[in-house]
Design a protein around this ligand. Structure first.
Ligand SMILES: [Zn+2]
Length: 272
C-alpha cells in the first residue's frame, strides 16, 4: 500500500509579506508586524487579482491605456503602406518613397509608445513565487529589440534602400510583441478569473502568426497566394481588435484594484 507523506512546504514560510515584503519566516503573530496585513493573506496560494496589490493593478491599467493609444497610432503606417503598395503603383517612385518615409517614422513612434506601455504593464508585482517572470523577461527582451529597431527605422527613414528588409523585420517585431503581450495577459485573465478572456488571448495569439504562413509555407502551402494579401491586411484587423482587448483588461484591472483595496483593508489589523 503506497504511503502518502504529507510534507509542509518549507518554502511557503519564506514568502514575504504581500504588502511590505517583510520576511514572515519567524513570525508567530497573525498579522505582519511591519504593516499589519494578515499573514494568512501573504501565505495563502490565492493569487486572484481581487486579492492582489492595488497599485500594481492600476499601473497595469495605465500601461494598457498607453498601449491602446499606440495601437490606434499603429494603424497609420500600415494604412500608408497599403496606399503606397496598392494605390500608389500609378504614382511616381518618388511619391512612393515619400509615403514609405512617413510610414517608417510612424512605425518607429508606434513601436516606442507600445513598448513603453508594455514596460509599464509588465512591472513586477513583488509576489512570491513570481509566475509572470518568464513573460516579463520575454517582454523586456522584445521591447529592447523593438527600441533598437525603431532607431534603425528613424535612421533609414529617408533612405529608399532596405525597404523590404525593414518591412519583414517590422512584421517579426510586431509578431513577437503581440505574442509576449497576449501570453502575459492570458495568465492575468486566469487570475481575474475570466476563462473567456483567457481563451480570447490564446486565439488572438494565432492571428499575428497567420502572415508567416507565407514565409514558412510548410503549414499552409495552398493558401500562400491568398495570404499575400491577407498578410498586409491582418495588422489592420489585429490592431483595433487588440485595442478593444486592452481596454477590456484595463477596466477589469481597475475594478479588481478597488476590490483589492477593500480586501486588504479588511485583512489589516487595526491595532499593532
Ligand atoms: Zn507587511
Amino acid at each position: 500500500m503506497p504511503v502518502t507523506i504529507i510534507k509542509s512546504d518549507k518554502r511557503a514560510r519564506e514568502k514575504p509579506c504581500l504588502r511590505c515584503e517583510y520576511s514572515l519566516r519567524k513570525i508567530d503573530s497573525t498579522h505582519c508586524p511591519e504593516c499589519g496585513l494578515s499573514v494568512w493573506l501573504s501565505l495563502s496560494n490565492n493569487d486572484g487579482l481581487e486579492w492582489s496589490r492595488a497599485e500594481w493593478l492600476r499601473r497595469m491599467a495605465l500601461g494598457l491605456g498607453v498601449m491602446t493609444v499606440a495601437q490606434g497610432f499603429g494603424m497609420i503606417p500600415y494604412a500608408l503602406l497599403l496606399i503606397a503598395m496598392f494605390g500608389g503603383q500609378a504614382s511616381s517612385g518618388a511619391a512612393f518613397f515619400g509615403w514609405v518615409s512617413v510610414a517608417k517614422i510612424c512605425a518607429a513612434v508606434y513601436l516606442i509608445a507600445y513598448h513603453i506601455g508594455l514596460f509599464i504593464v509588465t512591472g513586477s508585482e513583488r509576489r512570491y513565487p513570481d509566475r509572470l517572470k518568464g513573460w516579463r523577461i520575454g517582454s523586456w527582451v522584445v521591447g529592447g529589440i523593438a527600441m533598437l529597431f525603431s532607431l534603425l527605422l528613424l535612421v533609414w527613414a529617408t533612405s529608399p534602400r532596405g525597404f523590404w528588409l525593414l518591412h519583414t523585420a517590422m512584421n517579426f517585431v510586431v509578431l513577437a510583441s503581440a505574442l509576449v503581450t497576449l501570453g502575459y495577459l492570458r495568465l492575468l485573465a486566469k487570475r481575474i478569473p475570466n476563462s473567456t478572456l483567457a481563451k480570447i488571448c490564446a486565439w488572438m495569439m494565432l492571428v499575428p502568426v497567420l502572415p508567416f504562413l507565407k514565409v514558412f509555407p510548410i503549414f499552409g502551402l495552398y493558401i500562400i497566394m491568398q495570404s499575400l494579401w491577407l498578410a498586409e491586411i491582418l495588422p489592420v484587423i489585429y490592431l483595433p481588435l487588440s485595442a478593444v482587448l486592452f481596454v477590456w483588461f484595463a477596466v477589469l484591472f481597475r475594478r479588481a484594484a478597488t476590490s483589492a483595496e477593500k480586501s486588504w483593508a479588511a485583512e489589516t489589523a487595526i491595532t499593532r
